[in-house]
Write a protein that binds this ligand. Structure first.
Ligand code: LFR
Length: 476
């Protein structure tokens, strides 16, 4: 077989990367072309993404990819975290886009709930309540909404800057709160009801659609007019494509900044019980439903480290993380478990202090060393993962025989073992770069290089990655 290469742009809330992938004899091999930190910037009016900096990194990463494999890259796919967006008029961005952890969203929640109850929202969009869902953010935009002609989610904005095409990729659109859970079309009625002009909601496309090719300055910087193809542009949608399991009775934890814990289903579950448990029905690739719950994730570790080592570089922090986890593994005796999903842990800042306060307020003894705190975070995350898996399985009446952990968290052996122990289920860890793999493989499929079915795509993932198995100390 001739080698076949595509490029993935994968932006996470703490770092981004450009990775190329080549399919040879049914195996995907990846090459890291660029990795860069992503730090939101706080200005007078709140917390914003440095979008121009990110765009520059994307261009540079793609240029490096083109230099490494001249003329070989068949297409580019872009994914990022969900919900955040830019408003545009005449093709120009109106204002610097906000980061979803900005505190203004509380006002938006109030405004939306005044006209649409949580129950009604859930019935229509099937989403768990997260204060930063796009619909709540838009409700704070006031008069800008009148000026706006278009709303573009961030991966779609980058695709627009690269190609000139203005669309909304459907998996990410499903996180806005303005897409119907049943038809997966825009809910124009709900939009107007909450004050969002339906005209700003772009034409929807599905993963696999060709959006256009690099134009103008973008083509010049990268070196060629490569096609941009829609992928599961919500990073979690791409990650779930790359679960190395060809069956259906698995749960997953897509573990990066967040731990997205749940199941893949054919139909949305929008019962009262699912709403009360705050389970979401996000749109997956191929119309699958990502029935999951947001657990706070590695954010608790990365933000604690930022507090302990404010001046450290990314590289330094990743080496101290290894040391911290090794020390945490040595902690003897039980550590206290806290509710990782408590909203007090959402905003950036002094996480270790907030954890200690959470525990002491409840009469529990807070660990006093970084190793103790790290152990407490890891055990508390594992506990939340185990509970979310059990809840998902009960709510959807869907059997689960194994938990797949993918993403950065799959490298955290302490977390993987604790998740197995606390759930009583085997954990299969890997791939680390699940999101990039899902992005690359959906493009490969659009080119006809790999078979159509998700099961077959997942068997390519299984062949292309080393998976580590953690058995629970006691089975349930
Ligand atoms: C993970 C993720 C989650 C989403 C959160 C905010 O990176 O995309 O799925 O809930 O970020 O966008």
């Amino acid at each position: 077989d001739a080698p076949r290469t595509v490029a993935a742009v994968d932006l996470g809330a703490t770092s981004g990367r450009v990775i190329t992938g080549t399919i040879t004899d049914g195996v995907l091999t990846m090459r890291h072309e660029a990795r860069f930190p992503n730090n939101p910037v706080r200005t007078r009016d709140g917390l914003h993404w440095n979008l121009l900096g990110l765009y520059q990194h994307v261009l540079d990463g793609l240029a490096a990819a083109e230099r490494d494999a001249p003329g070989q890259i068949a297409s580019i796919g872009i994914d990022s975290w969900a919900v955040d967006y830019a408003l545009l008029r005449d093709g120009r961005v109106l204002g610097v886009p906000y980061a979803y952890r900005d505190e203004r969203t509380a006002r938006g929640v109030e405004a939306v709930h005044a006209v649409a109850s949580p129950e009604e929202l859930y019935r229509r969009n099937g989403l768990q309540h997260l204060p930063f869902n796009t619909v709540f953010q838009l409700a704070t935009d006031g008069e800008l909404l009148e000026l706006a002609e278009q709303m573009l989610l961030l991966p779609d904005l980058l695709a627009y800057w690269l190609t000139g095409a203005q669309v909304a990729e459907r998996t990410n659109a499903s996180t806005t709160g303005l897409l119907r859970a049943d038809t997966r079309e825009w809910d124009a009625e709900l939009a107007e009801q909450v004050g969002v002009p339906a005209r700003i909601l772009p034409h929807l496309v599905d993963p696999g659609a060709v959006l256009g090719s690099l134009e103008g300055e973008a083509a010049r910087v990268v070196g060629r007019d490569i096609d941009v193809v829609a992928v599961g542009s919500h990073d979690t949608a791409s990650a779930i494509v790359a679960i190395p399991n060809t069956g259906r009775d698995f749960a997953y934890v897509s573990c990066g900044t967040w731990g997205l814990v749940g199941l893949e289903l054919d139909e949305a579950v929008v019962t009262d019980a699912a709403r009360e448990a705050n389970f979401t029905n996000e749109g997956g690739v191929d119309g699958r439903v990502r029935f999951l719950h947001n657990v706070m994730g590695l954010w608790l570790l990365s933000e604690s480290q930022r507090h302990w080592e404010p001046a450290a570089t990314d590289a330094q922090r990743s080496s101290t993380l290894q040391q911290l986890l090794a020390d945490a593994a040595q902690v003897v005796g039980d550590v206290p478990i806290f509710d990782v999903n408590d909203p007090v842990f959402m905003a950036p800042g002094d996480i270790p202090e907030r954890i200690a306060a959470w525990l002491t307020e409840r009469g529990l003894e807070a660990p006093t060393t970084p190793a103790g705190i790290v152990r407490s975070i890891v055990e508390s995350l594992a506990q939340a993962f185990a509970e979310a898996v059990a809840t998902a399985s009960a709510l959807a009446e869907h059997p689960v025989s194994v938990i797949h952990i993918v993403g950065g968290g799959s490298q955290n052996t302490l977390l993987c073992q604790a998740t197995a122990d606390r759930s009583g289920l085997p954990v299969l860890a890997g791939p680390v770069e699940a999101t990039a793999m899902g992005n690359l493989l959906v493009q490969a499929r659009a080119h006809g290089w790999v078979p159509d079915s998700l099961a077959e795509i997942r068997s390519i993932v299984a062949r292309s990655t080393q998976i580590i198995r953690y058995d629970p100390k006691h089975t349930r």
